[in-house]
Every structure is written in structure tokens, then in C-alpha cells.
Design a protein around this ligand. Structure first.
Ligand SMILES: [Fe+2]
Length: 228
């Protein structure tokens, strides 16, 4: 299940989940920190296979929910790994009071992973803020929903038209149209957030939905966010 994309970073593809009638393929990202602790971004539905493969790599220590929509399986992971530190994006701790979050993620990278992973919050939308990460050694930007980049073949004809209209069809994937609209009064903040991502000069971009970008990530990022 694990797909190693560079030293100490893997992606794992999960099942497609229905979202507004569209089959959303899902993906989680795993980073092994220097102390062999595992940092799990947007944990997928848990399974024995997945746990077995992951446990061979290190100890599951950080469970990271990057935005208010990616929280569905956190409770199961916490049950399996009760000592893990569960991290919420802004707003999720109110939406899911049943989950025992250890920390709310902020604009600066957390002490626990700052040497290896950069972090910021993409600002500008009152609807949702996403916490964005950058794995320094592999120059990989880790996005969740800020770029959706579905393969055309993952949809039927009408879904493909809808995906194109909403701007989430590869190779021209971007922030979905409805979320983009919510940045209408926050463009200045979005620009500031984008400039941080650009400064990181990503080579690769991992996204939670659709095709990842390997090579020329910075170019893709700038094109994808031209709406900002
Ligand atoms: Fe998503």
C-alpha cells in the first residue's frame, strides 16, 4: 500500500469516498522524522494491512488533520494509537468536540517537526483554512484540498464535465470553484499565503485528491494558483 516518493516520505492511496455524488479518491501522506517517529497527514480509513505496513517503519506519533473536512478516521487511529498526538486545524476542535486533540496547528511549524517540515496556514477564506506543510529534504509540498487534480478517467462523462467546470481536472487542477469563491474578500491574505509556499520552492506536490506532481512543482503551483 505504501508508495515511497523519496527518503522518509510515503503516500498511501485509499478508497474513493462519495462527495456531492462524485467519487473522491483519497490519499494520506506519511513522513518519518529523524527520531523514527511517524507523522501521519490526513489518516485514511484504518485497516490491518495498513497498520502492519506502517508499524514496520516506526512509531505512529502525530496524527494530523489538515483542514475541517479531513477528520473522518481520527477517532479510529487514536483508539489504535492512544499515545499519538492528534493535531487539529483551526476550527476542527469545535466541529469535533468528541475527539481528544492535543494541539491546534498554527502559522509556525511545531517544535516537534520544525527541523524537517515547514508549516503555514493558507489564509483568506472564512469558509475554511487549510494547514499546509513542506517536507524539506524531499522538497515536497503537502496539500489537502487546496489543489484537487483528478484524472479524467476517474469520472464518468457528466462528472468529468462538472470536474472541469469546478477546475479540479488534471493536469489543470486547482482549488475547487466553490471554495475559491469564498476567498473573494481575502485575496490579499491568500496572496501572502501563496508567497510563503512559493518561497519554499517545491519540486513535488502531494495532493489528497487526484494526481500528485513530481518535478516542476513550483511551476505547477504558480499556474494552479493564478486565480489568487
Ligand atoms: Fe478533501
Amino acid at each position: 500500500m505504501l508508495n515511497k516518493i523519496s527518503d522518509n516520505i510515503w503516500i498511501i492511496d485509499g478508497d474513493a469516498v462519495p462527495f456531492f455524488g462524485m467519487p473522491y479518491t483519497t490519499r494520506m501522506t506519511l513522513v518519518r522524522l529523524q527520531n523514527s517517529m511517524l507523522w501521519v497527514h490526513s489518516p485514511l480509513k484504518i485497516s490491518d494491512n495498513l497498520i502492519e505496513e506502517i508499524s514496520a517503519l516506526g512509531e505512529v506519533k502525530y496524527l494530523v488533520a489538515p483542514n475541517k473536512l479531513h477528520h473522518l478516521f481520527l477517532s479510529d487511529w487514536l483508539q489504535k494509537f492512544p499515545n499519538a498526538i492528534c493535531c487539529a486545524p483551526p476550527g476542527l476542535e469545535k466541529k469535533r468536540p468528541d475527539i481528544n486533540f492535543s494541539k491546534v496547528l498554527g502559522m509556525q511549524s511545531e517544535n516537534e517537526w520544525e527541523e524537517e517540515i515547514n508549516q503555514t496556514i493558507f489564509k483568506g477564506s472564512p469558509a475554511m483554512e487549510e494547514v499546509v506543510f513542506f517536507h524539506k529534504s524531499s522538497k515536497t509540498l503537502i496539500l489537502t484540498d487546496l489543489i484537487e487534480n483528478f484524472k479524467p478517467e476517474s469520472f464518468n462523462w457528466w462528472q468529468r464535465i462538472l470536474a472541469k467546470l469546478t477546475g479540479v481536472l488534471s493536469p489543470n487542477g486547482k482549488t475547487p470553484a466553490d471554495w475559491r469563491l469564498s476567498f473573494i474578500f481575502g485575496k490579499r491574505e491568500a496572496k501572502k499565503s501563496l508567497s510563503i509556499l512559493v518561497e519554499w520552492k517545491p519540486e513535488n506536490i502531494v495532493v489528497s485528491h487526484g494526481e500528485c506532481i513530481f518535478g516542476n512543482g513550483l511551476e505547477f503551483l504558480k499556474r494552479s494558483f493564478s486565480w489568487v
